[in-house]
Structures are given as C-alpha cells and as structure tokens.
Design a protein around this ligand. Structure first.
Ligand code: GLC
Length: 455
C-alpha cells in the first residue's frame, strides 16, 4: 500500500515537471514584457467584426443560430459589395477616439475570407467587391500609425472538411448522427488549410502586431488543440513574426508561449487576472451593443460614461480594452458607433495621460469612494478619476507625505491642498490624510481626472 502511494506521488511529480516544461518557444519573462510593452502602454484598441454576416445584420453567429445551409448563405457571398468602404476614414475615427491599434476579422466562424487567399475560392476577391479588404485596411491603418492585428477564426462553418461539432450550423441530435455527418470529413485537411491561411496572413501583409485566434471549445463534439494543431500552428506563428502578440484561445494555456495575454470577453474582471498566483497581461474585448457583427435591430448600446469607465477600470487593473465596431455591409460605421467614438475621443483628447502608459496604482494608495485610480510608473503620477463628482472637500486618506502637487488633468488648473473646513471636520482627519479643495461645480468633462504629482 505504502509503495503504491509512493509510486503515485512520484508519478504526479514527474507529470507536474513535464507539464511546467511545455514550451512553444524560449523566451524569458523579461523578454516577453519587453515584446509586449508597446501594446501594454497603448491600452486602447479597436476590434472590427466584418464579414458576410453584416448583410444579415443580426449577429455574426446567425448562420449557426438560424441553422442556415451553405446553399442559402451563398446569396450573401454573391452580392457582397461594400461600396462605401473607406479604410482611411475608419483609421481616422479609431485614432481620434484615442485608440492605438486595431484588430480586424480576416475570417470569422462563417468561414468567409476577407483577404485574398490561395487556398480557397470563398473569399472577398471573388465577390462583386473584388478587392482584398485586408490589404486595403492594413495600408490605411498603418498610414495612421496604428498597430494592426488579424482575428482569424479557428472555427469554420463553410469548409467542407471541417467536422460538424456542437456549435456548427449542421449540429446533430445524437452521436450516431454526428458520426454519419462526419464520415467523409477529414480534419487533417482542414488543419492544413488553416495553417496555410495563417501563414498567408503573416507573410503577405508586412509586419503584423497581433494575431487573434478564436476559439477552442474542448469536450464532447467540441474542438481543441489537437483539432487545430495548435502547437505546430503557434510555432509557425512565432517563426513567421517573432515579435507578434498572440491571444490565448488556441487551447495552449499550459504552454509557455502558447498565448501572450488573457481575453476576458464582455465582462469586467474583479481584479488583475492571475495564473498560478502571477499577474498576467490581459485585454478585455467588449462591444458597444449586444453583438460583434453589425446588428440593425439591437438597441442595448452602452453610453459614453459606461464606455469610459470600461476603459479606465481596465487600466486601473492593469489591462487593455479592445472595443468593437461592427461595420455595415456598405462599409460604414453605425451612427451610434460614430457618436460613441467621437465622445470617447473628446474625453481622451484632454485626459489620455491617465490612460497611456498607466497601470494599477501601488497598493499603499487607498482608492477613495466612487473613484478609479491609475498610475504612471515612469512619470510617477497618480490619477484619480471622479466617477461621481464630490462636494468641495475631497479626502485622500494616507496621502499627505506622498503628494507634491495636484491639478485637474483636462485644464492643468491647480487644486489646492488644504485642511478641510466645516464644523468638526478637522477631528475626522487621519494623521496622514489630506484634503483637496475642489470647485463646487463639476468641470465640463464626463469624468474629471485629478492628476497628482508624487514625491
Ligand atoms: C467569441 C464569439 C465571437 C467573437 C469573439 C470576440 O468567441 O464566438 O463571435 O468574435 O468572441 O472575442
């Protein structure tokens, strides 16, 4: 019995050892930090979900949601012609909003390719539009000085060899049915196809900053790293573009180098995400409304303040925000997206110093009620975002010996540091507390920011 116990212990240790040694490539933590630094400092990017589904205008998953056959989906391919597409205008909008990089769908789950691929006919150059959208997009976004990234769907609801799984438009009702449907499908061939396409994307468009592989759903009638050939795929990605940043959805979370950042989708993290007790780089991806692709009749649009809080809160927990636009099939942005971007831009224009290069504040600063803190370690400045504008006296607990100077960020007007007035106030002050003497009226910015110069 004891021997058995010992043996299983040894086995566990061995498996743990080999587990922690799994690697896609060799890179130290410092090297990784350096490789990611520009992206980390940028903090704010644009996601773009665009494909044939824009024409159906009711979610990018419409093909599977409504179980549409290839034959019925074909008409969208035959008429796709975004005649108003002006990527230079898109790039300007992203830049004016304060975004520093953008990631576009080169292929989404529907399987349609927005780029000119050698390995399929199901691509934009064979539609009435006739041109390589990805190429035009890359040129325009690069010209604006934005970082560029490609989303590539591992999932494919069009490729004839891609096996039917539990989220496929042709999904089955029983295992027997699955087996029958998949009898003549060969994932090996699809795997090769996807590898070839990723290789094209990383070869034909110059330097690519980010690749977003989406996504894995292991388990019964699902798909995992073995289906995608993720280890080989990621090795190829690293070889073709050594500086590229890769998301974490190829099912390689136990591999060093299998993904660079975590991707909380459509929710706010409670705190800086950790893996094995270590804080990890992260980026939350979020939509303006309830869909990634253009959705004409969806109305749950977030307002300006919600969007700003999303951005500030992400930075306050050490993360990035990738905010999505789903362009129409004409190639334009929805007017609500335009408005939202403009308003964020207005705020960013005078407050971006509290976003770029910033991160979570050191722990010794207690966050005052109704605020979010960000911190720039290079300039040693702390930013207090006032989500609910206070009444005159604004207490900072335990800050006294740390602050040199205080001002509003948007207009660089001094905020006087005082002892608070009002009956009995003094007695409530902790030894190291200070008070900021704020004007009664909220400044004319959605979320005012106090910039604190630290000692
Ligand atoms: C999900 C969805 C998809 C969207 C993506 C964005 O994986 O399947 O429609 O593209 O998340 O993160």
């Amino acid at each position: 019995m004891k021997k058995l116990l010992f043996l299983s212990l040894v086995l566990i240790v061995i498996s743990q050892l080999s587990y922690s040694q799994k690697k896609i490539w060799d890179e130290s933590t410092e090297e990784k930090e350096e490789r990611l630094s520009e992206w980390t400092e940028a903090r704010f990017g644009m996601f773009i979900h665009w494909g044939l589904y824009a024409q159906l205008a009711r979610h990018e998953w419409v093909k599977t949601r409504e179980r549409i056959s290839d034959e019925d989906y074909q008409k969208y391919f035959e008429i796709f012609n975004p005649d108003l597409f002006d990527p230079a205008e898109w790039a300007k909008k992203a830049k004016n909003a304060g975004m520093k990089y953008a990631v576009i769908t080169s292929k989404h789950h529907e399987g349609f390719n927005m780029f000119d691929s050698e390995f399929t006919d199901y691509k934009v150059t064979n539609t009435p539009y006739g041109k390589d959208i990805i190429k035009e997009w890359v040129d325009a976004f690069r010209a604006e000085g934005l970082g560029i990234g490609f989303y590539y769907s591992l999932i494919d609801w069009h490729h004839p060899e891609y096996t039917i799984d539990r989220i496929h438009p042709l999904k089955a009702n029983s295992q027997e049915e699955y087996d029958k449907l998949n009898k003549d499908r060969d994932m090996e061939i699809y795997r090769e196809y996807l590898k070839n396409q990723v290789s094209e994307l990383l070869t034909n468009y110059g330097k690519v900053d980010i690749i977003w592989l989406d996504y894995s759903f292991p388990g019964k009638n699902g798909k995992d790293r073995n289906d995608w050939g993720s280890v080989e795929l990621l090795k190829m990605v690293r070889k073709l573009q050594p500086d590229i940043i890769v998301n974490d959805r190829a099912d390689l979370k136990d591999y060093w180098g299998g993904g660079d950042f975590s991707t909380p989708e459509q929710y706010k993290v409670e705190k800086w995400p950790e893996i094995n007790g270590e804080r990890v780089p992260w980026e939350t991806c979020q939509t303006f409304s309830g869909s990634w692709g253009y959705y004409r009749d969806e109305h749950t649009w977030k307002d300006n303040k919600q969007l700003l809080v999303l951005l500030i809160e992400s930075v306050s927990k050490g993360g990035n925000l990738l905010l999505n636009v789903g362009p129409t099939a004409r190639g334009t942005f929805d007017y609500r997206a335009d408005e939202a971007l403009e308003k964020m831009g207005e705020w960013m224009k005078v407050n971006d110093r509290s976003i770029y290069g910033c991160t979570q504040a050191p722990e010794y600063f207690t966050t005052p009620d109704n605020t979010l803190l960000t911190y720039n370690p290079k300039t040693n400045r702390l930013y207090v975002h006032l989500l609910d504008y206070p009444m005159k006296n604004f207490r900072l607990k335990g800050f006294e010996d740390k602050i040199k100077y205080a001002q509003f960020l948007h207009d660089a007007s001094e905020i006087r540091i005082s002892k608070p007035y009002g009956h009995g106030h003094k007695q409530e002050m902790g030894e190291n507390d200070i008070n900021l003497d704020l004007p009664v009226n909220k400044p004319n910015v959605e979320i005012p920011v106090i910039e604190l110069f630290l000692r």
